[in-house]
Design a protein around this ligand. Sequence first.
Ligand code: DON
Length: 586
Amino acid sequence: MRNLVINKPLLSLTAKNLSLLFAIFLFLTIAAAEGAERPEFDPQSRFHPAYAEHGMVVSESEYATRAGLDVLREGGNAIDAAVTVGFTMAVTYPRAGNLGGGGFMLIYLPGTKEAAAIDYREKAPLAARNEMYLDEKGGADVEKSRQGIIASGVPGTVAGLALALDKYGTITLERALRPAIGLAENGFPVDEELIRSLTRVKERMKASPESMKIFFKEGGSSYAPGERLIQKDLAWTLRRIAESGPDAFYEGTVAERISGFMSENGGLITKKDLASYEALVREPVRGTYRGYDIYSMPPPSSGGVLLIEMLNMLERFPLASYGHNSARAIHVMAECMKLAYADRAEYLGDPDFVDVPVARLISKEYARGLSARIDPESPAPSDKIHPGGKPPREGGNTTHFSVIDKWGNAVSNTYTLNFNYGSGITVPGTGILLNNEMDDFSITPGTPNAYGLTGGEHNALAPGKRMLSSMTPTIVLRDGKPFLITGSVGGSLIITTVLQVLTNVIDFGMNVAEATYAVRVHHQRLPDELRTESGLSADTIKLLSEMGYSIVTGDTMGSAQSIVKIGGYIYGATDPRRPGGLAEGY
Ligand code: DON
């Protein structure tokens, strides 16, 4: 299903009383659909999801979705398809798909009830020191953590994807890389969105002649829609990996090119950093929400812990009876968000370096105490909220994809370079764009990162440490089987976007397309503002303002790529907030 154009104002028509009846009706419809006929989502009355019977891939790149689907059709499993999608997006979605970044992959295998969280987050290079990212006055110098060559952490993507395939896949690395190599070697036609995203980062990219050479034409002009973007050096790198495995990236000629470029240009990543990088298999964090089992990403992502913490609090409120996006529902959600993001700043960091009280944070008992602090009528007093920085508009970019196969195996993967095209710097002769993930450390306590997130000791920079993330690849089970596979982009907005996809499906009975398209809200405690997308009703905004919220209506939030499986049928939706995605099954 290509993006549907949504008529945003329609979304604001939902009246409180009608939405309650609607929610009950939809909930019953979905419940009745278990094992029954496939429910028809008539586009005349409901947003229409993609559907299939065997397997599905949902990603932000149509090339990647098709490449993954080919693998499923050939008999590969969800992990095979996901790894193929991951490598393909490094070519076709270079603003976030990557070899030079990192991320997280969550896997659930219903046959063995095995769940695995693959952590391939970047690490601080061994030579990295906090002082390198400060200005003369000792404050954080964001130019250094976001723009230059020292902004890059040691990349984890190749190790992570290779580990996933090795441990849970069935195809060869060569097969998984084949579509990526073909698309890099022969190119693919660029679309308006790719051109637009490149134009936005052009100034930044000028610092890297290699990037300009690849992503712009001679003389620095942009590609026109339909012209082919060919990435010969990236094809070379991908072929090395196909031939020699991930060692080609971490120890072979590719590693030499990366470390050589670093040492010539004042960068930090050395041969030793690359050779010692390891992707890890961690235990997912687990919770429950209104009878569903939630699996999500543990630290060094804050995503899973915060998601479960918020769900545990929300479970104590009859959200469905408040009505979707009613002032009351938004108020309760915003207060839960504020409390959870306060914990993020205090407690979350790389568990290999600091003690993260995960069990306590995701316990129902802890949520009971926190939710008792929520005043049902008004926001927490603002004198308890400290001023924080505003997230800048120059944005990050990440990408999420979800996969399910005919056996019900599910993969939920989010990975990133941090900003659009990361640091904008390409390592010569490799086609590898480098991330600017060092900005996700709390360079100085209380200084917000690019997403306005603050932190302290727990997320302080240390050599070899993984910077804290918000990526939240999530799998929800019903009766032991994957029911909802989701995740999003959006920096700090990722966690609340995923939260709302879940509540839209579970509490408000929406189908996956409706759950994806519905207007989102976000609060991260600092700055003290309730962000909303346009489309929230004026009445709701008035009620929330009267309660005391400072409301900022602005850009869209996140881009979720989700799959729901009900009664043997698979439904999927790519987010219309970003063009170019594709949800397709077979
Ligand atoms: O790991 C993180 O939380 C961030 N580096 C993710 C960046 C991001 O999602 C930007 N997307 N829009």
